[in-house]
Each structure stands twice: as structure tokens, then as C-alpha cells.
Ligand binder design. Structure first.
Ligand code: TPP
Length: 685
């Protein structure tokens, strides 16, 4: 059953509250005005509810912004960040007033949208609307998962709320429905969204494009929903927050009727208040109208500062209380507490990678997705912090962890997640889980559907988050499903995201090595790109350098048989590597010295020294790149003397081997292209 409560009062806020709220409003207004850039409207309209949350409910310690059991606060409407920076400054985070004065300037800690890692107290990089809300779902998932693992009767060492401030745009974006549906299904009772419903977006009234009943929508998702009509009435907002906190069986949406640009005589309730400074004259009128001194700018009344700074005592006490409870808990549960600290600090246990599988060439050919599944099975037993799943493709992605149970309201200790067919939300939820800390989140789907989760993948890289993606069905070789399912440009696209490490292993052992890198990487995401089809297992006795080679991104898998300089380097990735090896043998019989370089990760290879790269790809030696993906990227990557066997159209529906043959991924064609390239080079003077 869902309920909708309407709470409304007309009581004016007490004077000190009003002074504090106006402090936030006008710090934000002055920031935007000084920068001549930014969004004053949301801060003016939402300052009161943000103040209510931060002053009366939010558990945080400005002196230690990242202590583990703090409440999380995500400003999903990242464009309103002047409000967040004002809150961080006045409550005593390490964000001096000068930083507010340098809003949106080069090198400041107050960038144009909140950036995780740049500003203390910013929990997530937000700006692309909808992402923050979905991140918060991931944080709330992490909270219940860790609580299930570490709390014991009478000992609640993981016990916090996750709050979001969202705008119309956040709720318009489709990801809010994916994530909202998932959160409702999971009954994440400690997730609370304050929705600033100001009826205005950039083009004007929300009537232009956004007319559904949002309360009914979220109620249908299984949320507890409330409406607050007077956003400036702190008691009304507080009442709703209290009710939301008490509702433990459902996530909460509090629709707060706010007024964009509140107090601005000419811009309130108009789109003009959204994305540009109010203007000097309008700032003056707004300040006068709300009884605020026009100067000095960045004014913080003493009584407001004194009140806000109580957050330090309050937060320090909350943290100290938590620490003493943790200590008491540790008396009888030392191992559990050590384990909690280990996972929160993203440390790996000793010998976590012992017993990872090794495959031999005597093993039957194996798809790399299968090898990945076998690797996950071992990792799962070693790393209880691994948590993840698939967007309804687990039987194909082999991401299920046997024996780990399903993560669901009846079993929050389960570690297999069922994201449903919601790739976009999956990506953002994984980010939220990683931002929370304490888990190693991973998510799987077909490589083609990485397109549906690219925005959060980009943010994972930007945030430096250790999220692992398991992308299978990695090329046209996946076959019959045809062009809609055959990834072509995805590889080069993902590789081009700064900070993303894409690994496309050539066989089962390279897959194990890829997982080792993925688990070991702590400062950014890793995308594992795996085959549907079987591949031969490379002979480790013949090619002993595989494990180290994968960590270097590219390596000489098989050199030309004589010690003389090779005539050509065949550079291949993933399922094309074994073709290159066969071609090498055939070319040898034809008098061509070919070296085979396996490049599971161009991203990792580009991080190696020039000396190493030149050793692997000797300057002046022609290259033939072979990859069943878009050729874009290889040309610039390896210089002028190069040919590429790639895929620059959308593939075709037919059995995989047939498609591969048509596109030229055969030993014959590799040899043919080699001769052609060498012939062309010889003809040149
Ligand atoms: C995914 C995405 N699309 C577009 C934008 C550009 N944008 C920034 S704010 C905004 C709309 C603002 O409306 P609303 O969310 O109601 O915020 P408010 O007007 O209340 O500040 C848009 C379209 C964005 N930030 N993210």
C-alpha cells in the first residue's frame, strides 16, 4: 500500500532560521554574480529546505568529511552547486570564503558543477541530470548491504541515511524512473529525495513538457510520497523529513513546492532565474526585498555563522560516538571490525589472488566470458566485498556468483544483484556503491548496450571510481542477432574516455590476468570486453609472458622466428590474436618475419614508457592491426606505416564465423594484407 501525505503550514520561520537561510541564498547569489556565470535560481528557492536538512537532520562532520557512517547528501541538481558550496563553507568544511569568491574560476575548489575529490564534502560529481539521484540509490544499496554484513544485534556500525536534492530535470530524465523503480522494488527505506518542484526548467514552464503526476509515479514505484507546499517553512519541511526517516520500508520522495529565484522581484518563477546571474540591480532589489544588506558582498552575519558552526560540535560528537561504539563492538568482534576497516579503505586481503585459475592449451577452446565466470567464482570466495550482477543477462554474461545469494529486501546480505533491464541506472548505481565505499561493484551486459550506460561510465572515470564492467558478446562474431547487437564503435569509444581502462583479453589466461588488474585498480573503472564465442587457450609454456604482458597493456606474444628485425608486426586484440598467431606461422613459411603483439589494453599500453613501447612496436617496422571493431584509433595509434583490418559498418546477421570471414578476419586475409602492405612500402622510394 502507498500513502500520500499532504503537509502544509503557513507558520513563518523563526528569525535565526531566516537569517541563516538568507545567508545561504545571498552567498550563492553573490558567487554567481561575481563569477558572472552560474545558477542563482535553485539556491534561492531551495535554500530553506536544504538548511532544514543540514541543520536538523544531516549527520556529518565538517572536520572529517568522509568518516564512514556519515549520512550521504547528493546534490543531484548539480547546477545549483553554489548552494552546496555555501553550506560547506558556513558549516565549517575546509572551504574558505575565498573559494566561494572564486566560484567557477581556474583552479578553484568551487567548480561550475560539484566535482568529487575537488571539494571536501562533495559526495559525487553531479551535473548530468538524473545521475546523482541514481548514485544515491547505489549509496543506499551499499548502506543496507554493509549493514547486513557488519551489524550485529545491539551494534549498528553501519547506520546512516542517504539524502538527495533533486530538481524537475532530475525527474524528467529517464534514469530517475529506472533508478526509482529499482529503489522502490528494493524497499530502500533510508533513501530520501527532496524534490525541488519549482515548475521551471530552461525553456520555461514545466507545462511545456512535464505534466505527469510525479507523486503518483513514485508511489507506483513503491515509494512513500509527501508534498510540502511552503518550501520556506522549515517546520513543514522538517515534519516531512521526520516522517520520511521513520518510514523504513520504502524510499521517500518529498515534493517541495519551491519557487525558482525566490525573492527576486522580476525573476522569481521565471526561467530567467535559472542559468544566469540576476544582475547587479536585481541582486540589490532581491536583497532589499528580503531585508538583507546590499553590501558587503558575501555577508555572513555573526549569529548565522555561530549557529551554522555548531555543526562541527554536533558532527564531531556523532563521529566520536560512532567511534566509541565501534571500539566497544571490536572487543568481541575484532576480526569483523578489522574486515570492515579493510573494505572501507579499499584494501585487498592477503593472497586474494591465490588460486585464480590457470588454463592450459590442453583445455578445450573457451569463450573469454566463460573464463571470466570461472575467475569470478574464485574471486567471489576470496572477496566478500564483491557485489554486482547484470542487467538481466547473467546467463549470458556469466556474472552470477554461486552461493552468494540474491540481493533483495528479504536478504540484504545477498551479493548477486538483479538490475533488471536498466543499464543506465545500473551504471549510476555502481558509481554510488563505489562512492559509498566498502564494496567492489561490478555490472554486466552485452558490449553493445554499454551505449545505454555510457553517461555513468564517463562519470566513473571522472570520479576515479573502481567500478568493473563485464561486457560480453564483444564483436560481430557474436553472430545471428545481427547489426543491432554487434558492437562496432563501442571499443574505440570506451577507450577514448580519459581514465577508463578497457581490456579485451585474447584467451582464458589473459582473462584471468585482466580480472587481476580490474580488482587491483583502485582509482578508476575497468571494462572487461569478452567474447561470446570460444577461443583456443594459448599455450602458456610457449607464451610465458601472458600475465605480465596483460598488465603492460601490450606485449610481444610471439616474435618472428629469427633474431633479425621483423618485417612486420601483427598487432591484435581479443579474439583476433589467435588468427594473428596462425598467420605468423604461415607468413614464416612464405619468408616473412612477423611478430605478434597482443594488445589487450591500449589504455594500459599507452601508460608504458616510450622505451618499452618502442621495444614492442619498433619504429620503422610496418604494422597490421587486426581487431573486429572500428578501425578509428589504430591509425593514429601506431603511426603511418599501418594497415588495419577492422569493422567500419554495422555488421550483419549471420552465424558468427560467417560474419567474421566476410569482414576479413581470416588467416588468409591477414597474410594477404601483410603482403600488400609490404609490397606498397617496397614500391615507395
Ligand atoms: C542530462 C542533462 N541534460 C541537460 C542538462 C542541461 N540543463 C542544466 S539545468 C537544466 C534544467 C533545469 O531545470 P530544473 O532541473 O528544473 O532546475 P531548476 O530550473 O530548478 O534550476 C538543463 C536542461 C543537464 N545538466 N543534464
Amino acid at each position: 500500500m502507498t500513502t500520500s501525505t499532504t503537509l502544509s503550514t503557513t507558520v513563518a520561520p523563526p528569525a535565526l532560521d531566516e537569517i541563516c537561510i538568507n545567508t545561504l541564498r545571498f552567498l550563492a547569489v553573490d558567487m554567481v554574480q561575481k563569477a558572472k556565470s552560474g545558477h542563482p535560481g535553485l539556491p534561492l528557492g531551495s535554500a530553506a529546505m536544504a538548511y532544514t536538512l543540514w541543520d536538523r537532520f544531516l549527520k556529518f562532520n565538517p572536520r572529517d568529511p568522509f568518516w564512514p557512517d556519515r549520512d550521504r547528501f547528493v546534490l543531484s541538481a548539480g547546477h545549483g552547486c553554489a548552494l552546496l558550496y555555501a553550506l560547506l563553507h558556513v558549516t565549517g568544511f575546509d572551504l574558505p570564503l575565498e573559494e566561494l569568491e572564486r566560484f567557477r574560476q581556474w583552479g578553484s575548489r568551487t567548480p561550475g558543477h560539484p566535482e568529487y575529490g575537488k571539494t571536501p564534502g562533495v559526495e559525487a560529481t553531479t551535473g548530468p541530470l538524473g545521475q546523482g539521484l541514481a548514485n544515491a540509490v547505489g549509496m543506499a544499496i551499499a548502506e543496507v548491504a554493509l549493514a547486513a554484513r557488519f551489524n550485529r544485534p545491539g551494534h549498528h556500525i553501519v547506520d546512516h541515511y542517504t539524502y538527495v536534492l533533486a530538481s524537475d530535470g532530475d525527474l524528467e530524465e529517464g534514469i530517475s524512473s529506472e533508478a526509482g523503480s529499482e529503489a522502490g522494488h528494493l524497499r530502500l527505506g533510508k533513501l530520501i529525495v527532496l524534490y525541488a518542484n519549482n515548475h521551471i526548467t530552461i525553456e520555461g514552464s514545466t507545462e511545456l513538457a512535464f505534466t505527469e503526476d510525479r507523486m503518483a509515479r513514485f508511489a507506483a514505484f513503491g515509494w512513500h510520497v509527501q508534498r510540502v507546499e511552503q518550501s520556506n517553512d522549515v517546520d513543514s519541511v522538517a515534519l516531512a523529513l521526520k516522517a520520511a526517516r521513520e518510514e523504513r520500508g520504502r524510499p521517500s520522495l518529498i515534493l517541495v513546492r519551491t519557487h525558482i529565484g525566490f525573492g527576486s522581484p522580476h525573476k522569481q518563477d521565471t526561467a530567467a532565474a535559472h542559468g544566469e546571474p540576476l544582475g547587479v540591480e536585481e541582486v540589490r532589489l532581491t536583497k532589499e526585498g528580503l531585508g538583507w544588506p546590499v553590501t558587503p558582498l558575501f555577508h555572513i552575519p555573526d549569529e548565522a555563522l555561530e549557529h551554522f558552526r555548531k555543526a562541527i560540535t554536533r558532527g564531531s560528537a556523532a563521529q566520536a560516538d560512532w567511534e566509541s561504539r565501534l571500539k566497544a563492538f571490536a572487543k568481541d568482534n575484532a576480526e569483523l571490525v578489522a574486515e570492515f576497516e579493510r573494505v572501507i579503505n579499499r584494501q585487498l586481503p592477503q593472497r586474494w589472488d591465490a588460486n585464480l585459475p590457470t588454463f592450459t592449451s590442453a583445455d578445450a577452446p573457451m569463450a573469454t566470458r566463460i573464463a571470466s565466470g570461472k575467475t569470478i567464482a574464485v574471486l567471489n570466495s576470496r572477496l566478500p566485498e564483491m557485489m554486482g550482477g547484470s542487467a538481466d543477462l547473467a546467463p549470458s554474461t556469466f556474472t552470477n556468483m554461486d552461493g552468494a545469494g540474491n540481493f533483495e529486501p528479504e536478504n540484504w546480505a545477498g551479493r548477486n544483484m538483479h538490475f533488471g533491464i536498466r543499464e543506465h541506472a545500473m551504471g549510476a548505481i555502481l558509481n554510488g556503491m563505489a562512492l559509498h565505499r566498502g564494496l567492489i561493484p561490478f555490472g554486466g551486459t552485452f558490449l553493445i548496450f554499454s551505449d545505454y550506460m555510457r553517461p555513468p561510465m564517463r562519470l566513473a572515470a571522472m570520479n576515479g571510481l573502481p567500478v568493473i564492467y563485464v561486457f560480453t558478446h564483444d564483436s560481430i562474431a557474436m553472430g545471428e542477432d545481427g547489426p543491432t547487437h554487434q558492437p562496432v564503435e563501442q571499443l574505440v569509444g570506451l577507450r577514448s574516455i580519459p581514465g577508463m581502462v578497457v581490456i579485451r583479453p585474447a584467451d582464458a589466461n589473459e582473462t584471468v590476468a585482466a580480472w587481476r588488474i580490474a580488482i587491483g585498480r583502485k582509482d578508476g573503472p575497468v571494462a572487461l570486453v569478452l567474447t561470446r564465442q570460444k577461443l583456443p587457450v594459448l599455450d602458456m609454456t610457449r607464451y610465458p609472458g601472458i600475465h605480465e604482458g596483460v598488465s603492460l597493456g601490450g606485449y610481444i606474444l610471439a616474435d618472428s622466428s629469427s633474431s633479425a628485425k621483423p618485417n612486420i608486426v601483427l598487432i591484435a586484440t581479443g579474439s583476433e590474436v589467435h588468427l594473428a598467431l596462425e598467420a605468423r606461422d604461415r607468413l614464416a613459411s612464405e619468408g616473412v618475419r612477423a611478430r605478434v603483439v597482443s594488445v589487450p589494453s591500449t589504455n594500459l599500453f599507452s601508460m608504458q614508457s616510450k622505451q618499452y613501447r618502442d621495444k614492442v612496436l619498433p619504429p620503422g617496422v610496418p604494422l597490421l592491426a587486426i581487431e573486429a571493431g572500428a578501425s578509428l584509433g589504430w591509425n593514429s595509434y601506431v603511426g603511418p606505416q599501418i594497415a588495419v583490418i577492422g569493422v567500419d559498418t554495422f555488421g550483419a546477421s549471420a552465424p558468427g564465423p560467417v560474419v567474421m570471414e566476410h569482414y576479413g578476419f581470416t588467416v588468409e586475409n591477414i597474410c594477404k594484407q601483410t603482403h600488400k602492405l609490404l609490397g606498397q612500402l617496397e614500391e615507395k622510394p
